[in-house]
Design a binder for this molecule. Sequence first.
Ligand code: EPS
Length: 393
Amino acid sequence: MLRFLTAGESHGPYLTAILEGMPAGLPLSPDDINHDMARRQKGYGSGGRMRIEKDLVEIAAGVMNGHTTGGPISFRIVNRDYAKWRDRDIEPMTVPRPGHADLTGAIKYGYRELRLALERASARETAARVAVGAACRRLLAEFGIIVGSYTLEIGGVDARPPEDMPYMERFAAADANDVRVANPDRVEVVRERISQAMEDKDTLGGVIEVVALNVPPGLGSHVHWDRRLDARLAWALMSVQAMKGVEIGPAFENARRPGTQVHDEIFLEDGRLVRRTNRAGGFEGGITTGEPIVARVAMKPISTTLNPLRSVDLATGQPATTNYERSDFCAVPRAGVVLEAMACFVLADALIEKLGGDNIEEMRPRFRALRQARLEDLIMDDEPWRFGYTTLE
Ligand code: EPS
């Protein structure tokens, strides 16, 4: 099945990713990937680094003449900022920032210089994930599956789109502004909130909704914990730097309501089993229902703040305050693109698992033959039966 690795430090020479398990025969060009790379780079509230980097991906393995070979695909993204660091004597970093991996990384790895933790923990690594995710998105596109996202909240400011706004319109509207807010009436107030945080020398988190459309029913499985696709998705989304909460559908609101107000009732229309609501967020029993997959993700505020936070200087053992490192003030708008990448990876993996993944042409007829939520696809024996186990007692 599909897997990937990334390597690279925030201010090192470059980031590398290897994606293994993509089927052969998929058209894939750097342009397919660079589109998402560019989307990840814009966002109001970013720090100065985004003016330095111009993320373009180089593919040096697994794609020949514009098509995947089935072999591991390698991606390389240069860190332009490295030029500024390579021949410089770097000040020691001995005061860990609360919220970052500085302290926990040093405890775990025995670092005698905190920058080593920072360098690999940094969300710069998400550029590599977006490259991987864009390749997965290319595979999903062959089967009509679309993944998008938009900002729901930033710093407590509500930016939810109107409930009746179609998902495709939400995606397009979000991509048309630099806070990735789908509700046009909320763009300015969100920008102002970020401006205020910058003035206050503070940082902001928020909530992002990630949605996948046209996912067939029957991906994932209820039979074992690590095959439940909602759980796999939550894991992948949570693995993105600074993500601290994931809910599928309105899960926390569902938890406050009685079951009769939560579960999506089933109706038969023209031989199809349909739902009029999607409070389940696209999953039942860890398996896709065929409804849109909806995941909401909570991002904590960036832990590098211009206003210092109290900490301890590990070199002197004295109380100290954190030193400012150039960073983002609010990365919520850009983070949506990273979350999409992780969702694309999880869904591509689940699709390959279901359809087999040696060659894209083999997958197509199997995709068309997938069992659907149709009465004709669901033949019932409708007669008494027994467990029939062959136990000794
Ligand atoms: C990051 C800090 C900032 C961000 C960086 C993530 O970088 P720097 O410390 O060089 O200013 O710009 O994100 C990226 C470089 C990127 O491409 O997203 C951090 O500490 O996580």
